[in-house]
Design a protein around this ligand. Structure first.
Ligand code: PMP
Ligand code: GLN
Length: 387
């Protein structure tokens, strides 16, 4: 029988998150792989979803999203970042950030086009670029002074006449880097000089540590008109299963995203949208508590991993820590991740799957710290057995 899967999607197989969560379920290991919290979001926000379901909000919402959510997103962009977006035409609700990114890439890049992304890339980027028939041009993030960053010369060298888009994820999964204004200025200059569109993935916009500030690329000079920003409720409100997100950008670009999104899913689940609007308007104090608690969890896990013998790159944001496995005598993260449940009763994600050339990230594994303190402590205790 011929292979049923279209050629451009071969090689993507099953996502690493599904594989590693299944491994955790099968072995009973502690799952520090897939990034999802083990505690719930704000109670009143959960109630808002229930109220929407019980109150009859169960038929198709408008394709662009419920007006109350679009208004809440526009208010959040204005109040937090000083960015003005028209809720009618410049804000579009999507099925999580994942669909927002996919719809943006499919709308803005096609066969023969090139898309630049910083590597390691969040796993959906390479698959989405392949779906679009475009080619991914990676620019490496490398550890430098304890944080991962890029070489501006390599970014400039990655641009060709075929480059259409640059995907920018900050705070960055899996590196935990929060791009500084200086780094963003380099990216913005490349976008302006080569007339590129930036698609920014800002799902961890609230989850930054040590005073690091999340600066949306759209706030830099000349960037609002060429940036499509994507965010979602999952990480901000600890409701990763709700899959409700939004895209903001100039009207022409948002219309392009709409053209694709309406034929992927048409609309996004209505009850979640009611609750998301509640979250953005009323739960930001809850989010600040979450941020502070994640910062402490970051410290807890980083300290534990260091004590267990890993070299750890301290993240300034997100849910994740990159750990270098070489001090423990390992060289291949995939081999270690597959063996880790048996060796230590813990699951992690091998970072090399987020690279085009696995060798570039062979010696890193990613651990998630969005877990209860007792779970982190138990995982760390088990990992000390690796020595
Ligand atoms: N981008 C990044 C960097 C992520 O870590 C995730 C996972 N939350 C997503 C996108 C997907 O977000 P969502 O669940 O809203 O689709
Ligand atoms: N964003 C989550 C992570 O990086 C996983 C999302 C997913 O499973 N697709 O772990």
């Amino acid at each position: 029988m011929t292979e049923p899967l279209v050629e451009r999607m071969r090689g993507f197989g099953t996502t690493i998150f599904a594989e590693m969560s299944a491994l955790a379920a099968r072995t009973g290991a502690i799952n520090l792989g897939q990034g999802f919290p083990d505690t719930d979001g704000p109670p009143a926000m959960l109630e808002a979803a229930v109220a929407a379901i019980m109150g009859g909000g169960n038929q198709y919402p408008p394709g662009p999203g419920l007006p109350e959510l679009r208004a809440a997103v526009a208010a959040q962009k204005r109040e937090r970042y000083g960015l003005d977006y028209d809720p009618d035409g410049e804000v579009y609700v999507t099925v999580g950030a994942t669909e927002g990114i996919a719809a943006a890439v499919l709308a803005l890049a096609g066969p023969g086009d090139e898309v630049i992304a910083f590597e390691p890339t969040y796993d959906s980027y390479a698959a989405t670029v392949a779906l679009a028939g475009a080619a991914l041009r990676p620019v490496l993030l490398r550890p430098d002074g304890g944080r991962f960053t890029f070489d501006p010369a390599e970014l400039r060298a990655a641009v060709t006449p075929r480059t259409r888009l640059i995907l920018v994820n900050s705070p960055h999964n899996p590196c935990g880097t929060v791009f500084t204004r200086a780094e963003l200025a380099e990216i913005a200059a490349v976008c302006r000089d080569h007339d590129l569109v930036a698609v920014t993935d800002e799902v961890y916009e609230y989850l930054t540590f040590d005073g690091a500030e999340h600066v949306p690329l759209a706030t830099l000079p000349g960037m609002r008109e060429r940036t499509v920003a994507v965010s979602s409720v999952g990480k901000t409100f600890s409701v990763t299963g709700w899959k409700t997100g939004w895209v903001t950008g100039p009207e022409r670009h948002v219309r392009a995203v709409q053209t694709v999104k309406q034929f992927l899913t048409y609309a996004t689940g209505g009850p979640w949208q009611h609750a998301a609007a509640h979250g953005l308007r009323r739960e930001l104090a809850w989010v600040e508590d979450l941020r502070a608690s994640l910062e402490r969890k970051r410290d807890r896990l980083v300290g534990g991993l260091e004590a267990a013998g890993f070299t750890v790159h301290r993240p300034q944001g997100t849910y994740f820590v990159q750990a270098d496995i070489r001090p423990l005598g390992y060289t291949d993260g995939v081999d270690l991740a597959r063996a880790l449940p048996e060796k230590a009763g813990v699951v992690a994600v091998p970072t090399q799957v987020f690279y085009q050339r696995p060798a570039d990230g062979a010696h890193f594994v990613r651990f998630a710290f969005c877990k209860r303190d007792d779970v982190i402590d138990e995982a760390v205790e088990r990992l000390t057995r690796l020595r």
